[in-house]
Design a protein around this ligand. Sequence first.
Ligand code: B12
Length: 209
Amino acid sequence: MASEEELIKAIAELDEDRALEIVQELSDKMAALDIINIAREGMQQVGDRFAAKEYFLADLIFSAEIFQEIMKKLEPKLAVTDKSQYKGKIVIGTVKNDIHDIGKNIVVSLLRAAGFEVVDIGVDQPVEKFVEAVKSEQPQVLGLSGLLTIAIEEMKNTINAIETNGLRKNLKIIIGGGPMDETVRDYVGADASTQDAVEGVNMIKEFID
Ligand code: B12
């Protein structure tokens, strides 16, 4: 039986066939969410190797493909609740100049599985698109995703625009992604921050309940 370490290693070494084989094996004995978290560790290692100039952009792109294939296998296993009565509405997107969306897509899947209506406006979205979406969709929560350090300034701009358009009153804002901690939350003026999808979904549940 394959181990968690083997999955991390297969992803870190960009061995797609082995990674998918291990995911298949692990999914018989482990919850989909736990496997996603293990796979994330593998992606972290890919990122570290890229930062160390051991991997190139093509390797990052390939790692994203591997993760997406893993998600295809695991998504059907995420619990799905009855969607006839939505519990609340969330608008989510990745801010301008940032095209990372794997983490955001996991958050979207988890929120939908938990019975929330999610309007996903996609990646690289300028401030105006977030303002438009909040105006037209009137969500209870806005989620901003970003993995690049430069996303922080865009998040601040986005939240400022939401405020100057008078849209903040009944809206909670959560930011998520690798660089998003409490210091960044304070700086950009969000209500919550997280580097973990499950924690994020729990925070959103608390906002809406
Ligand atoms: C895959 C990847 C890519 C793929 C992305 C494909 C895609 N469709 O997303 C591609 C190849 C496109 C890419 C491009 C680049 N990348 Co890149 N990438 C990564 C990598 C290896 C993995 C990211 C990932 O998907 N992780 C797995 C997911 C599941 O985890 P996650 O994203 O953290 O998401 C979780 C949480 O953060 C949270 N979450 C995320 N969003 C939200 C939102 C809300 C509302 C909530 C509640 C929660 C939440 O939930 C998720 C699940 O738990 C990271 C390494 C790393 N350490 O993150 C680098 C990394 C993010 N990339 C980096 C860089 C530098 C780049 C490029 C600039 C490279 C280049 N020279 O062109 C470009 C930038 C492109 C752009 N304009 O955005 C750097 C960022 C450095 C920085 N601090 O700014 C990193 C950290 C790598 C490194 N160590 O150098 N990248």
